[in-house]
Each structure stands twice: as C-alpha cells, then as structure tokens.
Design a protein around this ligand. Structure first.
Ligand SMILES: C[S@@+](CC[C@H](N)C(=O)[O-])C[C@H]1O[C@@H](n2cnc3c(N)ncnc32)[C@H](O)[C@@H]1O
Ligand code: SF4
Ligand code: SF4
Length: 329
C-alpha cells in the first residue's frame, strides 16, 4: 500500500478572462472544456491509483460552467478538492464552491496592492476580488492559499505582500519564479537577497512564510545559476520524488505528465508525457506514463531546467522525511 496520497492536477480549460503579461493563455477564447462525464469516469481510477488530492487549473477554472459540479463529484468520490484561480469570480462563487466541498482555494496574487497587481495582470479589480474571495472562502472553511509569480518587476513588493497576506489570514504561500522563453535578469542580485531573504527567515508563528525552496535558490551555487541563467532550484539528486506522487492531465491535449512543471516545457520528451486515453478509454499509470515518470524520477534532478519552489521542496521533504505535510505541493 502507498504511504503518501497522490495529487491529480487537471487543466480543465484554456480560456481566461485576464490579460497577464507573462502568460500564454491571456484573454484566450479557447472552447475546450474538460467534461463532467470524463471526470466521473476518471475519479474511481484515480482513487484506485492512490489519488486523494485533485486540483483544477486552466486557463481560469472558475469560467468552466460545470466547475461547481466538478468539485461536488470529486468530493463525493473521496477527493480533497482544490483549484487555482485569478480570483475575479471568487467572491460570487465562494459560497457554492464551499457548499460543494472545496477544501482549498489558491488565488494568484503578484502585488501587494491593486496599484501593482492589477497592472501586472492588466485586469482592473482583480486584487480586491482575489483578496475578498479568499476571505469569504476561508470563513466558509476552505483552506486559503496564495501563489505569487515573482520576478524583477515585483520582488520589491514581497515584504509588503507578506504583511498583507498574513493580516488577511492566508495560510499557505507559494512564491514561484517568473518563467519566460528568454532569460530573466535582475539589475542587482544582491538586492533580491537583501529584500527577500527576510521572507523566508521570518518567524512562521508570527508571519506567513513561503513554502518550499527560495525562488532564487537556497544554496550559493543555486543562486549563482538562477541569477546567471534563470535556472530555478530543483529537486536534489539523486531522485525526483514528485514523479511518484503527481499526475498532471492537460485536458485539452489529452496528455498526462508526472510533474506540473513539465507540460510547459518543450523538447525534453517528444510530444511530452503520455496519452490519457488508450483505445478511447481513460487509463492512468499506463506503461507509457510509467516510462515517462521513471525517466524524470531518475533524470529530473539532472535534466530539468528548474522546478517550482514547492515541487523542489516536496521532493526533498520526501527524500529526507519520507512524508510531506498535506497540501504542500
Ligand atoms: C496558468 S495559471 C491558471 C490558473 C489561474 N488562471 C491563475 O492565474 O491562478 C496557473 C499559475 O501559473 C502562473 N503563471 C502564469 N504565467 C507564468 C509565468 N510566465 N511564469 C511563472 N508562472 C506563471 C500564474 O500566476 C498562476 O499562479
Ligand atoms: S489569470 Fe491565470 S491563466 Fe489567465 S492569463 Fe493570468 S496567469 Fe494566465
Ligand atoms: S521539474 Fe523538478 S519536480 Fe518536476 S520532474 Fe523535473 S526535477 Fe522533478
């Protein structure tokens, strides 16, 4: 029997109502929607495969017309349900999502105020709706988390954002390095350390401390690589333990991956991942998936050009402790 429960991430649509400067899905009008029927087909198979955490991503998941029903089905099948959202529709949907059993909500917030966040996301009102949606959801018993994409444009905002999120009662915070298809340069790496080291060194009993590894690396060599080549910290050698515990399904392309960081990369693995359907039937843990996952388990710490901060932290926690706090991916 498995000791740890697995995570299933599903990209349930590509459409989005925001215009974030760094994202390929900005203002997408794509028509793909992951169907309730496919989800209900998948759920017992996921349960048998050891999955107990399901997270929807997109595009903007709250634009999916069946998102509440999808959450309800997952909850009824014994899954802890989560989704990541830009927060614009959260204030008006929090109550129905909570009633459907949503266990965790993640809102993406990149600035400490509307004057910054709404500019990065080119979406007026998004900061206020995100924060008020988080508060409403938390009051209804949904675990409130924030994910922040951080880069040269906003790292100086992070100490203030830490205060804002702490005061708002946010319980988990992931800081992830901005990725673009070009390298990212900071005018003064020492200033990044000066501003951001304190976020991680703060007393977790008093303030919300980001999960996982520092986005610019914990060790001097990692930091040198991040600032010179934009390579984010990755799972420690010899093995990546994320690949045993994660299934990421890109609904639109019908492919699955052993880590949420891989689908956004090109070229490592042919078309990447493995097909979700075999002979028209949804099947998890196929030989093609295991081959893909085993490759990254053995080679990821050498070949991946950087993990998310939580993925790297997750793999290292499994290696060190054999266990990981719930939701720490
Ligand atoms: C693609 S969005 C989908 C969910 C939802 N629309 C949202 O923004 O939270 C998932 C996460 O990817 C992040 N993201 C988008 N573009 C990124 C980039 N270029 N580098 C790093 N993270 C990025 C977003 O900020 C968000 O936290
Ligand atoms: S809200 Fe999310 S999916 Fe939409 S453009 Fe922004 S990061 Fe991309
Ligand atoms: S990106 Fe990191 S967490 Fe993901 S497979 Fe590669 S080494 Fe593992």
């Amino acid at each position: 029997m498995r000791e740890r429960h697995r995570y299933l991430f599903i990209r349930i649509l590509e459409a989005c109502n925001a215009d974030c400067f760094m994202c390929d899905f900005a203002l997408s009008r794509d028509t793909f929607r992951f169907s309730l029927e496919d989800f209900e087909d998948l759920l017992p198979k996921a349960h048998d495969a050891g999955v107990r955490y399901v997270r929807f991503t997109g595009g903007e998941p709250l634009m999916h017309p069946d998102v509440v029903e999808l959450v309800r089905s997952g909850t009824a099948a014994g899954m802890k349900m989560s989704l990541i959202t830009n927060g614009s529709m959260l204030p008006r949907m929090a109550e129905s999502l909570a009633a459907a059993g949503l266990a965790q909500v993640i809102v993406s917030l990149d600035g400490a105020s509307a004057a910054t966040h709404d500019v990065y996301r080119r979406s007026p009102g998004m900061f206020d709706s995100g924060l008020s949606g988080l508060r409403t959801a938390a009051a209804l018993g949904v675990l409130p988390r924030v994910n922040t994409v951080v880069g040269p444009h906003n790292y100086a905002q992070m100490p203030l954002l830490q205060q804002v999120l702490t005061q708002a009662g946010v319980r988990q915070w992931e800081l992830s390095a901005l990725k673009l298809d070009r390298s990212i340069t900071y005018p003064d790496p020492d200033d990044v350390r000066r501003v951001c080291d304190g976020l991680y060194d703060a007393d977790p009993d008093r303030v919300l401390v980001p999960m996982g590894r520092r986005f610019y690396g914990d060790e001097p060599e990692e930091q040198a690589r991040y600032f010179a080549e934009s390579v984010t910290p990755r799972a420690s050698q010899p093995l990546c333990h994320v690949t045993d515990d994660v299934i990421y399904i890109d609904g639109k392309y019908g492919r699955m991956y052993a880590c949420s960081c891989i689908p956004h990369r090109e070229g490592d693995d042919g078309p990447g991942g493995a097909p979700v359907r075999e002979g028209g039937v949804i099947t998890l843990d196929t030989p093609a998936f295991r081959k893909h996952a085993d490759f990254y388990r053995d080679q990821g710490p050498l070949v991946c050009n950087g993990c998310s901060t939580t993925a790297a932290g997750y793999s290292d926690d499994v290696a060190r402790l054999g266990s990981v706090t719930p939701w720490h991916y």
